[in-house]
Design a protein around this ligand. Structure first.
Ligand code: C5P
Length: 230
């Protein structure tokens, strides 16, 4: 069943990557017979209505109904910028999701949206508290201890106050010292601009599909109906 778009809330699915580490554009890989991009569109559609999808330049959208589709850019940030330009005019908040996280749930989509809509944050992402100790490797190879307490691993989906996201995109696009490709996700810029970025409890098993073996793990985990998209 199609979900009507809640007033002021819209969705984006970023599927314009080239899948360098995966070996092919992973958003078109199949997981239990469904392309990762179609699963992401299905999740976002259930949560907030039909999204804008960014696809690789030259690709013609052939998936489920969407609000609009656009050719993405050479970096995640450029793809996001192109998708933001196609959002409905009344959008104030936006849910941004990646096909690379096929185990994300509607509960998590609603939690990140609630953190910005009800909680007043500028951006929210799902993240899980790592049980591992985290170290930074300095340029000279020596380690800097960061610890474990308070460390979380960032995940998608994210939710944004759209005005803040637009500011962050404009700032990054105008900043010649930052290569767009170095921005793995845009909440960091919202932080740097003084915005409030928060996280909601994510799921340790909602792992990032990076290489084909990750799909085998996702297939195994999907047997748990907690990951069904209803
Ligand atoms: O490479 P990685 O998995 O970190 O990419 C995160 C997400 O950003 C993916 O869903 C990918 O399709 C998207 N992306 C994009 N346009 C790019 C690069 C990445 O939409 N140029």
């Amino acid at each position: 069943m199609k979900t009507e778009r809640p007033a002021g809330v819209a969705g984006i699915v970023l599927a314009a990557g080239s899948g360098t580490r995966f070996g092919s554009p992973k958003q078109f890989a199949l997981l239990d017979g469904e392309r990762l991009v179609d699963r992401a569109v299905r999740l976002v559609t259930k949560a907030v209505g039909e999204p804008v999808v960014a696809v690789p330049t030259g690709y013609v959208w052939d998936g489920p109904p969407v609000h609009a589709w656009v050719g993405g850019g050479g970096s995640r940030l450029q793809s996001l910028s192109a998708a933001v330009d196609e959002l409905p005019a009344d959008a104030e908040f936006v849910l941004v999701h990646d096909p690379a996280r096929p185990l994300a749930t509607q509960d998590i989509c609603h939690a990140v949206l609630s953190a910005v809509i009800d909680g007043g944050a500028d951006a929210a992402m799902s993240a899980w508290a790592t049980p591992d100790t985290i170290k930074n490797v300095r340029a000279d190879g020596s380690l800097q201890h960061l610890g474990r307490d308070g460390m979380v691993v960032a995940q998608s989906p994210m939710a944004y106050r759209l005005s803040t996201l637009r500011q962050a995109i404009d700032h990054l696009m105008a900043d010649d010292s930052t290569s767009p490709g170095s921005v793995t996700e845009e909440t960091v810029v919202i932080e740097q601009l003084g915005g409030r970025v928060v996280c909601v409890p994510g799921d340790r098993w909602s792992h990032h599909i990076v290489e084909p073996r990750d799909l085998d793990l996702a297939h195994y985990l999907l047997a748990d109906d907690a990951y069904d998209i209803h």
